[in-house]
Ligand binder design. Structure first.
Ligand code: ATP
Ligand code: MG
Ligand code: MG
Ligand code: MG
Length: 436
């Protein structure tokens, strides 16, 4: 993408109403713009990030056998009356009436809808287990939308739902999902610690929140630093084998990790002081096992092996995709701007033409633009070099190719790595090889 022709409106000034660094940087880097309280438009760079995160989430869901669907944002009130949550959900639910006086709502979550869809289609225990998910906009009329996309009213969530014949199956589905979450967050370049959580209004018995450490987080967190050292992508788990899943789950949850709501001072003091990690954190995911709560309430039963009908056991599993954009920035930035982890960045590299209009500089930049791998942004504007450097650091591209009149004679460019600030001059071929 050529910057001179792109809609990437960066801001030099710090927006006055943004209280936390990720919100300020998202506005300054031109990722989003607010259109109403807690509601945002995603501009080209922001949308790329949202899509990159969604894609990683999708791949890890698929890899544990979850199947993608797409449910609508609008739901009939009728469904929620069947589960008993229509009145219980309260003012966070946006209620809508259509021209025929039918009550609808903008979905804050989808347990009711998926249970109904499942019940219409699945009749026999032989068709289980099943896990379905979608990545769809939700609406919650938060009392205090704040911190930009971190607590929006309209936000993008991945929500998955599992259906199993019995408790053991449901626990395996839960454990599988925990592994998928740990892998997802590792690929996103953030440390998200699974912490024992309250089951709250969804109800149920087993629940973990995934929390990214950041000083602006809303919960206090306490955990064993051993969790920071784990490599989930290479953890050998056979996700079809209950015993293997259980071993993984027991080991992972054996390390102390709790939010302030569930903190146990006695258990905490047993951990070696040099491993105690204490701070604040942002909830980016949440998994629940809640058994037959919805299938029973909504009368969704299927035929069992013994000829008797039974209520399938369920779990639900959320990831805050749009919140993650802010949370990743909270965890990865410096004074100059965003430092995107690879894989999430809107562009893998930017080409900075320090003298647009200079024949040699233009030619070298065009060559890089044609030959460099990945998603490239070419800063071909006629602005000062200083402004280009500042925008590149602000937008946080992992790599910067700096092309100036000094280097072009020898066919040399400077390559800068945003995360470390390391820069070195090299031939174009070496630079291309470096980021390949
Ligand atoms: P919170 O405690 O922050 O209000 P929640 O516990 O109500 O979140 P869940 O019902 O567990 O949220 O939803 C799953 C995920 O959706 C959360 O872990 C979070 O990442 C995301 N999420 C929830 N509310 C919002 C919101 N208002 N804006 C952005 N993301 C949200
Ligand atoms: Mg909430
Ligand atoms: Mg919560
Ligand atoms: Mg939650």
């Amino acid at each position: 993408m050529r910057l001179s022709r792109s809609f990437l409106p960066t801001l030099k000034e710090t927006p006055a109403d943004a209280q936390i660094v990720s919100h300020r940087l998202m506005l300054r880097a031109g990722l989003v713009r607010q259109t109403a309280s807690g509601i945002y438009a995603w501009l080209p760079a922001g949308l790329r990030v949202l899509r990159n995160i969604s894609q990683i989430v999708r791949e890890e869901q698929d890899s544990v056998g979850a199947q993608e669907v797409l449910m609508p944002t609008l739901q009939p009130a009728e469904l929620w009356k069947r589960s008993g949550r229509y009145d219980a959900y309260g003012p966070e639910m946006l209620r809508i009436r259509d021209r025929h006086e039918r009550d609808l709502l903008y979905g804050p979550t989808n347990e009711e809808m998926i249970t109904d869809l499942f019940g219409q289609a699945v009749k026999s225990y032989r068709e289980l287990p099943q896990t379905l998910y979608h990545i769809q906009w939700k609406f919650r009329d938060e009392v205090r939308p704040r911190f930009g996309v971190m607590r929006g009213r309209e936000f993008l969530m991945k929500d998955a739902y599992s259906f199993d014949v019995d408790h053991a199956g449901a626990v395996a589905s839960y454990q599988r999902m925990m592994l998928a979450y740990l892998r997802t967050f590792q690929r996103l370049g953030v440390k998200a610690i699974p912490m024992v959580a309250d089951t709250g209004p969804i109800g149920g018995e087993l629940s973990h929140e995934f929390i990214i450490l950041a000083p602006t987080g809303e919960s206090g967190v306490f955990y064993d630093g051993a969790l920071d050292e784990q490599d989930w992508l290479h953890e050998p788990v056979d996700t079809d084998d209950h015993a293997s899943l259980d071993t993984f789950f027991r080991r992972t949850t054996s390390f102390y990790a709790a939010t302030d709501e569930k903190h146990d001072q006695a258990a905490w003091s047993d951990i070696a002081p040099d491993r105690q990690r204490e701070g604040r954190g942002i909830e980016v995911g949440h998994i629940f096992h809640f058994g037959t709560k919805y299938t029973e309430a909504m009368g969704v039963s299927i035929n069992g092996a013994d000829g008797q009908s039974f209520f399938p056991e369920m779990g639900s599993y959320g990831i805050g995709v749009s919140r993650l954009v802010g949370a990743i920035i909270e965890a990865s930035h410096d004074d100059a701007g965003i430092i995107w982890p690879e894989g999430v960045a809107p562009f893998d590299a930017v080409i900075l033409n320090l003298k647009s209009g200079d024949l040699a500089c233009d030619a070298l930049c065009e060559r890089l633009y044609r030959e460099a791998p990945g998603r490239l942004l070419y800063d071909d504007r006629s602005d000062r070099a200083g402004a280009k450097f500042a925008d590149a650091d602000l937008m946080g591209h992992p790599w910067q190719f700096v092309v100036g009149p000094r280097g072009t004679a020898g066919g040399r460019v400077e390559l800068k790595r945003r995360a470390t600030g390391e820069r070195s001059e090299m031939s174009v071929d070496d630079a291309l090889a470096m980021i390949a």
